[in-house]
Write a new protein. Structure first.
Lengths: 432, 479
């Protein structure tokens, strides 16, 4: 069986890369090997457990050219996102739109310049091999990624202003693939707020494949807001691999409110004692959108804690898929793990699939999960209507309230307001 | 405190009371599996041609199927050619009165009353010894009510039209690897038919016993409840203590028509292997109930304390409008036991309801997984599900896992799933101990409380047995 069109086309694109791009920092062999592995194993099918609810059959028949198109973006487009910020347009660092100066104790640069000027050690994360047959997109990322954000916050540095990472698509209907690789490290006791935006400047039909490595050392704290508001024609494949050191505190909010097909894998390893993770998110699947989020939280050390709160909405012909995996390894005593996934199914043609999973190998633990699928509370609706709120407005109000709980964790007030406005505006479009 | 725990652990050794072997003359088919073996097996049972063809079809399909590997179980490869697919006591009784006294003694030892004592207990029993049914009690009384309760082999001879109509109508031949194998080589099992409007006058019960060495037991049970009927069915299982793993791959099919109710209770106590995981039964069971009629109800209750490996998902297909499915389960794994068990509730009809209560207890190095699917199809308006699965951990080396799948396609459905995992809290233990209870008693009491929701669904005799089994199985677990 020959490789699906998607992969064939990417293989052709790889050959079209310049030798300098391919072999920068001595990564040529690793890139070729990962591409070969992706081609050999193909795309995961319906029998692959981790892709059980997300079919790639339509995607594999599409051809994405790997060469990013250049585009001119008016800086006004990004007026709503204040600096400091780093911007990638169609997968390429946009210096004119980025503002990275003047953050003390922080080293921030695009991966493209590190590949040109740096040593292999600076980009050693790019040499990581992905062994599992269903890690096709991570392998493709390893083969193709030439740009992304490299960020190091020094030990003890407390960055007050939120730093924005913006991935902007502006290619229009051209079907091209973008591969971005980010690596963010926080030193001991460092503190940062990161806002990650995946946005479209024009209607899009592209594929964005981004992979982020995050490492928080002892006592570091990262507040991370990720907004995926791609155009309804786009395909987003995102993966975040997070490692938490002892007493690190990672708080994250994910709004999955865009794209035609979106898959996000969030893998967190709580490696240090007393590391904490608080993650929450909204999955919004309206229209014909397919939104899939997959969490794999791995409690390795003692006294670690996680609290996961996800809300799902499926309307029209949309499908929201959620997998919340929590593993507690032997020896990770004193762990507290909690997951809540509530979903609203708003239409007869929509679908919700949820799978909260616990795998526990230690006994001094408290672990629980809860998942529900239901509708808006009729009694609450009735109450609002009896107070003169029109039905549509009442439904929107209740839907907002249902989702807003995830925003509570954002400490920075102006950021919370901005995020709330984004979410609210988007929810108003949903025909509840 | 730690030394005290150790004392208890050394003082108590786990007992498997049903681990004896009955010395009885047994007729075997030589080990191995082929079309000829299946033909021979079918001939031995004097089966009609359609049955033989059905078996061969299943066998050919089985050959094409891969061994399922998705369960969270560590299973060594199974050599299907080393197993004998038929073993039966040589003397063939014509009636219960002629049954070999040694056999009756076996069932007496197990506490299963086949003879006079049955009358006192008031439960009709079908006893299956290795591959064949050795006797069914209370047939006359049941016949008067119109109930057919006999072995499946007899049913194939005497009620072929019913068997042909319902066999494999719930679990198709190629449903899964072990079900297909069962179709090919199943030896015997129980057949129950409750006619329209009849409330079965007594509890029906089957007792399965694996005795012969190097055999597999592949029983098949078929229960049909016609419109408005009711039956409560109990199933128990034991096996001798041996160092080899023995295979048990059963299929149970339930059919409930309009307004019918079937209550199916299992206490599974196959030999679990020793402390080091040597020996024990590999228990691969496909159980499925079809709520075919409106307002029908199927309720599964299981207490799983035995087997080295349990792979079992009693399920309900809620086809009829307003039908109800229930699943109550206690699964215990101790020492090196592994269990991957749970249920599937498939909502197809309107206003269908399902409830899942699963309690997993892991001790020693036991691994216990709940795996469940709640699926609400597009047609199932007003569907409702509630799932609760709790796990209790006793010891540092055990594991408890939860893999629920929830798939909802109807916007009026309400589905709820909750799961918790914890160990027995020190506060609870301390409270009991301060009231003068010994550590083992305290644990046993807490475990009993943990399982109460399930035990109360069991018929009384079974509830007592289940509680006792749990106590015995948990001995030596505290520490």
């Amino acid at each position: 069986m020959s490789a699906p069109l998607l992969l064939q086309e990417l293989e052709r694109g790889f050959a079209a890369l310049s030798g300098r791009q391919r072999d920068a920092a001595g990564l040529g062999a690793a890139r070729r090997e990962q591409l070969a592995a992706a081609l050999a194993d193909g795309l995961p099918g319906a029998r692959a457990e981790r892709w059980r609810h997300t079919s790639l059959r339509a995607l594999e028949r599409r051809a994405f050219s790997p060469l990013p198109a250049s585009a001119d973006i008016d800086a006004a487009t990004l007026a709503a996102i204040p600096g400091p910020r780093i911007v990638f347009v169609n997968g390429v660092f946009a210096a004119a739109l980025s503002q990275l100066d003047g953050i003390d104790g922080v080293v921030a640069m695009p991966l493209s310049s590190a590949l040109e000027t740096g040593t292999a050690r600076d980009v050693d994360f790019l040499a990581r091999r992905f062994e599992a047959a269903d890690e096709t997109f991570a392998r493709l990322n390893a083969a193709f990624a030439l740009d992304g954000l490299l960020l190091q916050v020094g030990a003890g540095v407390q960055v007050a202003e939120p730093l924005a990472l913006v991935m902007l698509g502006a290619a229009g209907d051209a079907e091209h693939a973008v591969h971005l690789r980010h690596c963010i490290q926080l030193g001991d006791g460092a503190r940062l707020t990161l806002c990650e935006y995946q946005l479209a400047a024009t209607p899009q039909a592209h594929l964005v494949n981004s992979l982020m490595h995050l490492h928080l050392r002892s006592g570091a704290r990262l507040d991370h807001v990720r907004v995926q508001a791609e155009d309804a024609g786009a395909t987003v494949l995102a993966r975040s691999d997070v490692v938490l050191g002892s007493a690190a505190d990672y708080r994250r909010i994910d709004l999955e409110i865009g794209a035609n097909l979106s898959r996000h894998e969030l893998n967190v390893a709580l490696q240090g004692k007393a590391a904490r993770l608080s993650a929450s998110g909204v999955l919004l699947a309206d229209g014909r959108r397919h939104v899939d989020t997959r969490l794999q939280i791995d409690h390795i050390a003692r006294d670690t804690a996680c609290e996961l709160t996800w809300r799902g909405l499926a309307a029209d012909r949309g499908r929201a898929v959620f997998h919340g995996g929590i593993a507690i390894r032997a020896g990770a005593d004193g762990t507290a793990a909690q997951l809540s996934n509530k979903n609203l199914l708003l239409s007869a043609n929509a679908e919700i699939d949820t799978q909260p999973v616990l795998e526990i190998h230690a006994d001094e633990v408290q672990a629980s999960h809860g998942a529900t699928v239901g509708q808006l509370d009729e009694a609450a609706l009735f109450y609002l209507r009896s107070r003169g709120v029109p039905e549509q407005a009442a439904r929107t109000l209740l839907t907002l309230a249902f989702c807003r709980v995830v925003l509570d964790g954002i400490g920075n007030e102006s950021l919370r307001e901005r995020t709330d406005a984004l979410l609210s505006a988007r929810l108003l479009q949903v025909a509840a | 405190m730690a030394t005290e725990h150790n004392d208890i652990e050394t003082a108590l050794n786990r007992r498997y009371e049903a681990g004896f072997v009955t010395d009885i003359e047994t007729e075997y088919l030589p080990p191995g599996l082929s079309e000829d073996v299946i033909r021979e097996l079918s001939a031995k049972k004097h089966e009609p041609q359609w049955m033989t063809d059905w078996r061969l079809k299943a066998y050919r399909h089985w050959l094409t199927m891969p061994v399922p590997e998705w369960a969270k179980l560590k299973i060594g490869p199974i050599d299907f050619q080393a197993i004998s697919y038929y073993a039966a006591p040589k003397a063939r009784p014509k009636s219960l009165a002629e049954v070999d006294p040694k056999l009756l003694e076996t069932y007496d030892k197990l506490g299963v009353p086949l003879h006079e004592r049955a009358k006192l207990a008031g439960v009709a029993v079908d006893a299956v010894f290795d591959s064949v049914s050795v006797g069914t009690t209370f047939r006359k009384e049941l016949a008067e009510a119109g109930v057919i309760f006999c072995s499946l082999s007899e049913a194939i001879q005497e009620h072929p039209e019913l068997v042909q109509k319902y066999l494999s109508s719930v679990v198709p031949i190629g449903d899964n690897y072990f079900a297909a194998l069962n179709c090919a080589v199943f030896s015997d099992g129980s057949f129950v038919f409750i006619p329209k409007g009849v409330r079965c006058p007594m509890e029906l019960s089957t007792y399965f016993r694996i005795n012969a060495v190097n055999t597999g037991q592949f029983e098949r049970t078929l229960i049909i409840a016609e419109e408005g009927s009711y039956v409560s069915y109990l199933e128990g299982c034991t096996a001798p203590q041996r160092d080899e793993n023995q295979l048990h791959a059963a299929v149970v099919e339930l059919v409930a028509l309009d307004d019918a109710q079937i209550k199916y209770s299992t206490v599974q106590n196959w030999y679990p292997g020793d402390e080091n995981g040597v020996g024990g039964i590999y228990n691969f069971v496909t159980k499925r109930g079809d709520c075919r009629g409106a307002r029908s109800k199927i309720s599964w209750t299981q207490v799983e304390t035995g087997s080295a490996i349990t792979w079992k998902y009693p399920s309900c297909v809620l086809r009829g409008d307003d039908s109800t499915g229930e699943f109550y389960s206690v699964a215990l794994t101790h020492h090196a036991q592994q269990a991957d068990t749970g249920t599937k509730m498939i909502h197809i009809g309107r206003n269908t309801k399902s409830k899942i209560i699963s309690k997993g207890i892991s001790a020693g190095r036991g691994q216990n997984s709940y795996r469940g699917l709640v699926k609400v199809e597009k047609s199932a308006s007003g569907a409702r599900n509630y799932t609760q699965c709790d796990s209790l951990l006793i010891g540092k080396k055990c594991g408890a896992h939860t893999f629920p799948y929830i798939e909802v396609k109807h916007p009026s459905a309400i589905v709820e799933h909750e799961a918790t995992t914890s160990k027995i809290s020190d506060d609870q233990l301390f409270y009991c101990r301060s009231r003068g209870l010994g550590e083992e008693d305290a644990v046993s009491m807490i475990v009993d409380g943990f399982c109460k929701q399930v035990f109360k669904e069991l018929p009384m005799e079974f509830a007592v047995e289940a509680k006792k089994l749990l106590e015995v199985s948990l001995e030596g677990a505290v520490g």
